[in-house]
Write a new protein. Sequence first.
Length: 447
Amino acid sequence: MKRRNLFFTALLTASATLSAQDGKTWTLEDCINYALEKNIQLQQNKISLQETEEDVKNAKSALFPSLSFNTGHNLVNRPYQENSATVNGTEIISSSRNTTYNGSYSLSAQWTLWNGNKRLNNLKQQKKNRDIAQLTVAETENELKEQIAQLFIQILYADESIQINKGTLEVSKATCERARTLFEEGSISKADLAQLEAQASNDQYQVVTAESTLRNYKLQLKQLLELDGTAEMELKLPELNDEHVMELLPSQADVYRTALASRPEIQSGKLNVDNAKLNISYARAGYMPTISLSASTSSTTNNASQNNWAQQMKYGWNNMIGINLSIPIFDQRQTKSAVRKAKLQYSASQLNLMTQEKELYATVEELYLNALNAQQQFAAAEAKVESSQTSYDMTSEQFNLGMKNTVELLTEKNNLLSAKQEQIQAKYMAILNRTLLNFYAGKEIKL
């Protein structure tokens, strides 16, 4: 009974949590924080980072000696021998037994004193690999932030586009009602009325299309956040006025300079160059001799001995310590090839870094130009909307008086709708590119 109560309590708690999640209103900051916690790709990168931590520990432990204990126990049967002699430690055991048992015990240590700094260079490489893995996590976080910001602004654009299309639809409906009155009065033809009704139907279709686009953007956002695609996601959309659009852009040179010093992909490229340079030293160590130290202590026992187990362990005890020197003379060109390949990888890593720096410059330049162009387009579109609105209002009034025909009215209406769409497109393109430009300049993503 108690277990059943605990089960229902847990179930109700989980249901309450899900209900709270469903009823949550998401801001841009909420989306980013949730993605940084739940995104699968980011979690995989963090696991890879933990693996590199283990590699660093292994590289550190390779600097210390190894120690192992070995024991062996053998049962020997000689069915056709009447007598047998066995050397056990320091004594010769003669036995008439057909079956004897012997045991061995040893404690061994091995320590590489020097091998051309291979172990130290390997430790340095593993530390850099760990740093690269940390930068990969940071790079994935940046990509998530950029993708979420882009989708959020696209949702803002789609939402405002819906409002514009709904406003246009209301105007079309009102125009149709006025056209029906004019048709009944005989001021316009049935063909003119049909054109206006068709335009209203087309405006209704545009509203549906815009709503579908908004749902698609929301679905992409939920997938990025690893949320259930069927659950409704309520977003808190900020109101962005013209001041947000026309904010002063940061200097392109300053943004690139800051990004060059802080972006994780650039820092990762620099570490790859350092790692490749270390790899040359690691490969050259193949030309160097290896010096190692070994030591062991061991003893043996045999059940055929006249001595007891403790005496056998004592008399058979032996200790050994030795130093080994290995000098490479001819290794079938393996070391030479390894050094040449390491040098080629070093050159390739330098070229990759140069490519990354050029790509970063191109990205910053593109963001800056797109933001600047969008601001200029927004200013021009704003003036175009005002003039199109004035022209449409005059044409609509003249149409009601029978001075303009249906084609002229629809032309002005479509011009106004096109101007409004161009305006909001320029508006959100300017906001998106400026937001990303500030992000590359080291600022947090905010709207």
